[in-house]
Design a protein around this ligand. Structure first.
Ligand code: AMP
Ligand code: ZN
Length: 141
């Protein structure tokens, strides 16, 4: 398991920083994004540090996609969005700001106007926690 002491997501994996957790297994972790684009915006990450799609091992990204799918299905069951985006950005030019590979799980609504590159806006943590509980309840084994 690779760990980068300067990486914010490695700190979350290690429990040194808090997160609103949705799901975890041996290889992956899913938690709420603190700057949600839409209610239910979540992240799925490998527990082992890898910078991006170019650095990550095949098995680790496969496990992360599996977790992202699980969260997307739970978000759909809990929130009934019109659609869901799974977004992975590799490299600053692609909009990556945290250099530990992650998939965004973003519930979508018709005409919500979201675009690929965005400016993060802090969410209301109480509201994020409330939505997380709805999604968590729909995670399938
Ligand atoms: P990206 O721009 O694709 O690298 O996405 C990084 C995402 O991580 C952004 O949507 C941030 O809002 C999110 N983020 C950064 N720090 C945290 C944190 N401590 N807990 C949850 N989400 C975070
Ligand atoms: Zn990391």
């Amino acid at each position: 398991m690779s760990h980068d002491p300067n990486c914010i997501f490695c700190k979350i994996v290690a429990g040194a920083l808090p997160c609103t957790k949705l799901y975890e297994d041996a290889a992956t972790l899913a938690f709420m994004d603190i700057n949600p684009l839409n209610p239910g915006h979540a992240l799925a990450i490998p527990k082992s540090h890898a910078k991006d799609v170019f650095a990550i091992e095949e098995e680790a990204i496969a496990a992360t996609v599996k977790t992202a799918r699980k969260v997307a299905r739970a978000a759909r069951a809990a929130l009934s969005p019109a659609g869901v985006n799974l977004l992975q950005s590799s490299g600053p030019a692609a909009g990556q700001s945290v250099f530990h590979l992650h998939f965004h799980i973003i519930p979508r609504h018709t005409g919500d106007g979201l675009r690929f590159n965005w400016t993060p806006v802090p969410g209301d943590m109480a509201e994020i926690g409330r939505v997380a509980a709805l999604i968590r309840a729909k995670i399938e084994a």
